[in-house]
Write a protein that binds this ligand. Sequence first.
Ligand code: FAD
Ligand code: NAD
Length: 478
Amino acid sequence: MAQNFDLVVIGAGPGGYIAAIRAAQLGMRVACVEKWRNPAGEPALGGTCLNVGCIPSKALLASSEEFENASQHLGDHGIAVSGVKLDLAKMMARKDSIVSKMTKGIEFLFRKNKITWLKGHGRFVATEDETIRIEVSDDDKDLQLVDAQQVIIATGSKARHLPGIPVDNKLVCDNEGALAMTEVPKRLGVIGAGVIGLELGSVWRRLGAEVTILEALPTLLGTADPSVQKEAARLFARQGLKIHLGAKIGEVDVGKKNVKLGWTDAKGAEQQLECDRLIVSVGRVPNTDGLNLDAIGLAADERGFVPVDEQCRTSVPRVWAIGDVVRGPMLAHKAEEEGVMVAELIAGQKPHIDYNTVPWVIYTSPEIAWVGKNEQQLKEEGRAFKTGQFPFAANGRALGINAPDGFVKVIADEQTDEVLGVHIVSAAASDMIAEAVMAMEFKASAEDIGRICHPHPSMSEAMREAALAASDKRALNM
Ligand code: FAD
Ligand code: NAD
């Protein structure tokens, strides 16, 4: 006899667990199918984000930044330290304990909201009248059948691998191995200068590795504003991250202790890279295989994504899909927003997501964040705009905390002054971008931001100054 639920969510990453919680808040009887097991073999909630993505990477970024500050930058404050030593095992244990706290936190939230966690792999069996049948299989248990009035597919994504470069997560790693190395490699190779390549490349460089990143495209951070691309390239080079653009990967020879990689540079010259560890970070692919979509008359597109409309409806009635498994940026907060939207749509509410105001953050040092349009996009759209930029080198708080690199750039409509995009390179970019998102959600003008009282001294004053510069060319401190 199948169990019956108002809603079954497949996948408990940030898209799925948030959808489940919001639906339960709205009075639905909810189950969530999740198959993840942590390295100890225990079932775990939280998906990629909590287990092998956002949370562990940010823990290691913070720890490695502390290490670099202690060993290289405390002298700037007049603090002499010696004998700074790395205890990598302890650093990893700290990261693991944060992951464990966060995933256990989701278990608590499931209990609090009376959400049934169906442990195992979910796949569609059939759709009949008003119900959709799903089977849940777990090695340790008998097959379970569940019937749902509504289903949300939130199965997320996995690392894309390259043909001829087998990932063993020891010598050749994707995100999972790159977050769990047991020693600092002397020479680290990275394929792909995207978000993971830059973040995890930064972690291991700060801990002492010589890092070489090979990127296929001719531009670094192709989706960022050109001014951000330029500043990022300058700062990464100063830190010692070697990034080769326009690189074409050739033969890869994985030995017992190291990897030899042939590649062609942007000028067509043959090159060799020998490294002790290699990270492959060339994007992610959606998890749709194994869902048996055929059984309900649904098909993934040619890249494996579940096709959905603006409101995450699939072509099958009462089946929805959210997060990394559908179009749009692969970001945890985008998945969460879609989870809330779909739960509220099922409950008959009228939620809305403005995809133009989904912020991007890259947690390098300094951080890079943006929201809305960049100059390149506006030029292509033929929209007249004006810009204002303010450097952190002229911000007292930034100097005080020894973070003078970067800037805030505000782009506003030439005629109406409406904020169209904000681009930040700064130690505080991940938090500062929230003000820009809020301003854009409320359709603020650059002058609106410029006329809001910002605390002094604070990094946020740079936002006000850039807005004033965009609005009326009247930055007060520049
Ligand atoms: P996922 O988090 O991938 O969760 C999907 C879940 O579904 C998984 O737990 C999986 O086990 C489960 N599942 C799949 N198929 C089935 C099935 N058939 N049955 C049962 N369960 C199934 N994003 C940010 O916004 N900020 C960051 O700082 C950030 N850092 C990242 C760092 C790294 C190293 C990586 C890899 C990613 C990072 N991301 C970040 C991206 C972010 O992790 C994803 O966008 C986010 O996790 C997507 O959420 P999701 O719920 O769609 O899918
Ligand atoms: P990505 O799409 O950010 O970058 C992949 C890079 O690899 C691109 O620059 C691409 O041109 C390059 N590339 C692809 N094939 C290549 C090849 N054969 N040789 C050399 N270079 C090649 O992907 P990612 O860094 O793997 O991250 C995956 C996803 O995870 C991203 O979409 C991102 O949204 C998400 N993520 C987000 C954060 C964050 O928000 N801070 C952090 C990490 C990951």
